[in-house]
Design a protein around this ligand. Structure first.
Ligand code: EPU
Length: 430
């Protein structure tokens, strides 16, 4: 059992360096299956989701060398036509990228339906629609996605996504890279990690164009060769530290960021009264006076990211006036509000809308991380609160934030990680 213990109320000061983007890494790692040769990948975040994907690749026979904490060499040339372990696959949502990767590499795939944070139903019908447009037959059988391409392999197809989906856009790109002919994805997602996956694939010899717009074209190639790639900085990790400074107060330089990717988050924090200064690859955040109220509606990129919704809710909880958040990506992503209310926040939730009345202060107490970003919000709330906060179920947080404790300690926060052995359970007779 792991907990974080925070003594709140100290402003954050100093410099924090942002790691590589989780949601780019979790697509790029499965995509290495398509490559004939060695991929040298830099700026890979050292987080538990990445470690799990590496375990899956390793179980399939990939050769993996860690050259430094964040640089990996992955060779999948000799990977056998094998299934990814379903026990591992079920633990991480991004394992759905193995469907596209296995289909592209072996012409068939059998992957356990993915797990991940629980924000209500998270279907993968758009991924399936894309594979079917390339000629695959896809069936759901006993909790597995079973897909097979015709004998001659996948062929290029045109798919118009019914919803803007990050996962479907990337999975279809991965599946299409080695298909015969050209695949066109319309109504594609435009997140920075979509562009990063396209850049990775192109660095290995693929022909992907249009990533970052809503029409992506993938011209199939015969094979991918090995190469070098460096993953972009994590937009949401950077946004989380920016929101932390806004909520807690202080003066922090957030470095190794692409400021353009942060535009919507920077604009919202400015509107709320934080001072944001942009440099080439860094953003300075300063906040001294009280934050002002604001409204947020989550939208696909370049709109305000749903993955920053819980963190901005903490800022709003401490701002003057009444703020409103409308969640438009997921059916339910406000489970954490009950935890924040236990710390003294005043949030009313009505399905997809949260109405947040700013309070003067939060107070520390025992709370839990309901999911990855909700957990990050609890950390920010704990740093801003008076007294001690203990956060449970922080395994969620460690799925997506590299060295959160060390980075926050470097900014002067009083936070520590406490690991206690799980209680012994009675042995089962027979
Ligand atoms: N959707 C469908 N059908 C599909 C796919 C998606 O209806 O086939 C719906 C979803 O239910 C949701 C919306 O479309 O309502 C958007 O889902 P999307 O596919 O974009 O999300 P995802 O690929 O499952 C990724 C990130 C999430 C992030 C979302 C939105 C990964 C592994 N996960 O999820 O990240 O919230 O995009 O940006 O890349 C996180 O990092 O904390 C996280 C949850």
């Amino acid at each position: 059992m792991i907990q974080y213990m925070i003594e709140g109320g100290r402003p954050l000061q100093g410099t924090v360096t942002i790691s590589g983007a989780k949601n780019a890494a979790v697509a790029i790692l499965p995509a290495t299956l398509l490559v004939n040769g060695t991929c040298r990948i830099e700026n890979v975040p050292d987080i538990s989701d990445v470690r799990l994907l590496l375990e899956i690749l390793d179980s399939m026979g990939a050769e993996i060398r860690r050259l430094s904490p964040n640089t990996l060499e992955i060779t999948c040339t000799h990977v056998r036509d094998s299934e990814a372990s379903d026990a591992l696959v079920r633990r991480i949502r991004a394992s759905y990228y193995f469907i596209g990767a296995q289909l592209g590499r072996f012409n068939h795939a059998r992957v356990a339906l993915p797990g991940g944070c629980n924000f209500g139903p998270r279907p993968i019908d758009q991924h399936i629609k894309g594979f079917e447009a390339m000629g695959a037959t896809v069936e759901l059988q006993n909790g597995f996605v079973c897909a097979s391409a015709p004998e001659e392999g996948l062929t290029g197809g045109r798919v118009n996504l019914d919803v803007v989906s990050v996962g479907a856009t990337m999975n279809i790109m991965i599946g299409a890279v080695l298909a015969g002919g050209t695949t066109i994805i319309e109504n594609a997602a435009k997140e920075p990690h979509i562009v990063d996956l396209a850049n990775f694939l192109n660095a290995m010899g693929a022909k992907v164009s249009g990533a970052g717009t809503d029409v992506i074209k993938v011209r199939g190639v015969k094979s991918l060769r090995g190469g070098f790639y460096s993953i972009i900085p994590d937009q949401i990790e950077a946004g989380t530290y920016m929101a932390a400074v806004a909520a807690v107060g202080g003066d922090v330089l957030v470095q190794n960021v692409i400021p353009k990717h942060m535009d919507t988050i920077s604009a919202k924090l400015r509107e709320m009264g934080a001072k944001i200064t942009e440099y080439d690859d860094a953003i300075r955040v300063q906040r001294s006076g009280r934050l002002r109220r604001a409204n947020v509606k989550t939208l696909p990129y370049p709109g305000f990211p749903t993955d920053m919704q819980p963190q901005i809710a903490v800022c709003m909880s401490l701002a003057s006036g009444v703020s409103v958040i409308t969640e438009s990506i997921y059916d339910t992503r406000f489970g954490y509000c009950a935890e924040l209310n236990r710390m003294g926040a005043a949030i009313k939730v009505d399905t997809k809308v949260a109405i947040i009345t700013g309070v003067d202060r939060l107070h520390g107490c025992a709370v839990r991380a309901c999911d990855l970003r909700a957990g990050a919000a609890m950390v920010i709330a704990g740093l801003a609160a008076e007294g001690r906060t203990v956060i449970e179920e922080v395994e969620y947080i460690e799925r997506g934030y590299e060295n959160l404790i060390g980075k926050l300690q470097g900014l002067g926060a009083t936070i520590k990680r406490i690991e206690t052995p799980a209680p012994r359970t009675a042995s089962v007779a027979g």
